[in-house]
Ligand binder design. Structure first.
Ligand SMILES: [Zn+2]
Ligand SMILES: [Zn+2]
Length: 252
């Protein structure tokens, strides 16, 4: 499987070379998007990713640094399909805790600019997809729950090709992820609401068995000194740790 971190910036002021949060997972079953921050489709296309292999989009919560690239992603998918004269494009389901926002993103486009079917599903905690990718959602306290008690911000756990990936999304408390951080092959961890050193210490003291820890959704201090942050983190936990940069690509 290939993972590409398209954007590593949290919702701060713009930073050179950093774009808002989005990453993709490419399996033998296709391409899966997790969050869709600004310019994610532009970055993915230039990174050599075939957008027409897209199978689903998963949104962690409706903040702009996770969703601002959606209208452009829809537009780019439609444009690539037209340019390549692809007649049949399968449904592209979108999973999100706040479906109304997706309709607003579609409203940016004229009907002819988004000529594909995109069913939108409201994410509820638990298993949200079994095939072609196994995906679960876990509510977190980054946003207050809705009037119906449902989570408006979620973390995702993905199981594919005998690997387990945990994506924090944005969290309020590191312990919210306790059910999932005891054991996983890859933890993609935000670090705008927590100093990444605190996260490393917490996970090390907890005895978490994590194959690889990759920080994304950086806060300002991380972006000002990514190398120093990465060095500190590597001294605090025994698993491999990276402070991701935009278009960081690796196999799992
Ligand atoms: Zn965010
Ligand atoms: Zn947020």
């Amino acid at each position: 499987m290939d993972i590409c971190i398209l954007g590593t910036c949290s919702g701060t002021e713009p930073f050179a070379g950093r774009h808002h949060t989005s990453w993709t997972l490419k399996t033998s079953d296709g391409l899966f998007w997790f969050d869709a921050g600004e310019s994610c489709s532009y970055t993915a296309h230039l990174a050599g990713i075939d957008l027409l292999e897209s199978k689903a989009i998963f949104i962690s919560h409706p903040h702009m640094d996770h969703t601002g690239g959606l209208p452009n992603l829809f537009w780019t998918l439609g444009k690539l399909r037209a340019v390549r004269k692809v007649k049949d494009f399968p449904e592209l389901p979108i999973y999100t805790p706040e479906p109304a926002q997706i309709q607003a993103a579609f409203a940016f486009l004229r009907p002819t600019e988004s000529p594909f079917t995109t069913p939108v599903f409201k994410v509820k905690e638990g298993i949200i997809m079994q095939k072609p990718l196994f995906v679960e959602a876990l509510g977190n306290g980054h946003l207050e729950r809705g009037a119906d008690g449902g989570a408006r911000s979620v973390s995702y756990r993905i199981k594919a090709e005998n690997k387990v990936i945990v994506y924090s999304g944005d969290i309020k408390e590191i312990r919210e992820l306790d059910p999932w951080t005891g054991n996983c092959d890859l933890l993609l961890m935000e670090n705008a609401h927590y100093d990444p050193r605190v996260i490393c210490k917490y996970l090390a003291e907890k005895g978490s068995e994590i194959g690889r820890l990759v920080f994304l959704h950086h806060g300002r201090s991380t972006m000002k000194d990514p190398e120093g942050t990465q060095k500190d983190c590597r001294s605090l936990i025994s698993c491999p740790v990276d402070v991701a940069f935009d278009i960081m690509t690796f196999e799992l």
